[in-house]
Design a protein around this ligand. Structure first.
Ligand SMILES: C[S@@+](CC[C@H](N)C(=O)[O-])C[C@H]1O[C@@H](n2cnc3c(N)ncnc32)[C@H](O)[C@@H]1O
Length: 234
């Protein structure tokens, strides 16, 4: 397998100049540059609940359902595409209106959306051993040969940050994809990280919460591949 270059500062500057942190409930928007990394989750969320991060949260379907189901878990959706960030905000807004969610009830006070590149966020802002779970659902497979270097699981900085920031002992990584060849590559790359142990994928909690892509591909009858990893105790 060919290794690929790590992302560099120019790349970050190019892709992250409009990075923002969005509080879904209060609609407060803060430029990410105003926050200092590594972040203090307790200060950020105002509680000590565990933190779970969805990388490439897309249209926000998982983020909404999971954060509603687990009010005592803090969720961060990291999404770099502005259009999907907008779709996610609208999804929450519609839900709040439709179900007359009381904005003072605490519902959705556990969600933040971060519009930025996941590599940038993980390497600079996420503290060591501070994440209970990462959710990576339908990561872009970049199927064309010359584009495969863009695959997030090929990025060494990303893999280093992912394993460093997961909680030791019980931190989990959940992966779902429809792309058999990329799934194989992900498994091979993660097998090289001794700190991660593969688990029985059928044990993934909340597997009934489907993302936009999962719902679409299941309808099309595509095969879906799932993996769960746990970070070993240090
Ligand atoms: C194929 S979509 C899957 C979306 C969602 N997880 C789902 O299953 O419906 C991949 C998403 O990841 C986002 N994405 C890809 N690379 C990213 C990165 N480095 N940082 C943040 N978001 C990223 C894309 O913008 C896109 O929304």
């Amino acid at each position: 397998m060919r290794e690929n270059p790590n992302y560099n500062e120019i790349y970050y500057q190019h892709t992250t100049s409009h990075s923002q942190v969005i509080d879904i409930l209060t609609e407060q928007v803060i430029p990410l540059s105003e926050l200092e990394g590594p972040m203090d989750w307790e200060r950020f969320f105002g509680n000590t609940y565990p933190v779970e991060i969805e990388i490439g949260s897309g249209k926000g379907r998982f983020l909404l359902e999971a954060s509603k189901r687990h009010p005592q878990v803090n969720y961060i959706g990291v999404e770099r595409a502005q259009k999907y960030v907008e779709v996610t905000r609208e999804r929450f807004e519609k839900h709040i209106r439709h179900f007359s969610v009381d904005r003072t009830s605490g519902t959705f006070s556990n969600v933040r959306l971060v519009r930025t590149d996941a590599n940038y966020f993980l390497t600079r802002y996420v503290p060591e051993t501070s994440v209970q779970a990462y959710h990576i659902y339908f990561p872009d497979p970049w199927p064309r040969k010359r584009q495969r270097k863009r695959r997030i699981f090929r990025n060494r900085d990303f893999l280093e940050a992912l394993t460093r920031t997961l909680n030791s002992g019980d931190g989990r990584l959940y992966i779902v994809t429809d792309h058999a060849e990329y799934f194989q590559e992900i498994q091979e790359r993660l097998a090289g990280l001794s700190v991660l142990r593969p688990m029985d994928a059928s044990l993934r909690p909340d597997s009934d919460i489907t993302t936009h892509y999962e719902a679409k591909y299941v309808l099309e009858g595509r095969a879906i591949y799932r993996a769960v990893y746990e970070k070993a105790a240090s």
